[in-house]
Ligand binder design. Sequence first.
Ligand SMILES: [Fe+2]
Ligand SMILES: [Fe+2]
Length: 302
Amino acid sequence: MPNTPGPGGGDFPERSLTPEGQKIVEAVRSTETELPTLSSVVFELNRLTDDPIASSKDFEAIIMRDPALSAKVLQVANSVYYSAGSGVTSIRMAIVRIGMSGIQDLAMSISLVNTFGKKSKTSEVSIEELWRHSLGVAVSAAALARACPVPTAAEDAFTGGMLHDIGKAILIELDPDLFIRLVQTSHEQNITFREAEQKILGVSHDEIGELYAKFRNFPPRLLPALARHHLPALDNDYTRLDLVVHVADVVVNRLGVGDSGNGAMPAMISSAITRLRIDKAALPDLIAQACAQVDNLLTVLL
Ligand SMILES: [Fe+2]
Ligand SMILES: [Fe+2]
């Protein structure tokens, strides 16, 4: 089989896509494939966070253009996860309570769950369990970023965690039967979901997610969470988004928060923990504590 250009646009000369993998990559690349697209409001909010003179009024104006999103933001702002007592009755109050970057995280989560569906499309792993996993990784990555003593580039940890397995949601959209086969293979052969993807497709959800994100103009700073959460880059002297999402993902899988289709636990790259300078023994507690919020949050999001 000839070498195939990597789905993210780069080359992966060491391996090739199978015909099924090629079909998936082509479907994600094609403008004719009807794949869900996240609300443009989410990306406008994201752009605002890069704008040093953006104010909460700017955030408010953008959110209020999407009535469904506004209603959900109010609902979540009043949920147990955020609420500290009195009711939040306006988007302005929600921004005060949750903060501007929190609002952006929330908008991304709401849009993601709404866009990729709430109902199970496969009998093997329900999409709800995949969201539970993603939310678990989101709150855990945010907790890790806060706890990490080294300079961090992980302001987007929550959003990165929420998005990291979007490639799996895309696989469910494109071919639910294939997704079921991947989960079954992973369980039957006691391998990770990603290893099953590599066997059956020659491409994995991290690459599929990256490809989707590039074709849909996701902010480049979020891409490492999607593209490298299984293989974080370790060559910089600061904490990257892929690093916190990687560690959060492995621990959340081990704690069994949600289900991301793995028949075997994904491995932790041990130097990732060293890089975060977090006590390995403290990790399960830190992440279990963060994940205690997941059910409350998910109930409101779904
Ligand atoms: Fe993954
Ligand atoms: Fe994951």
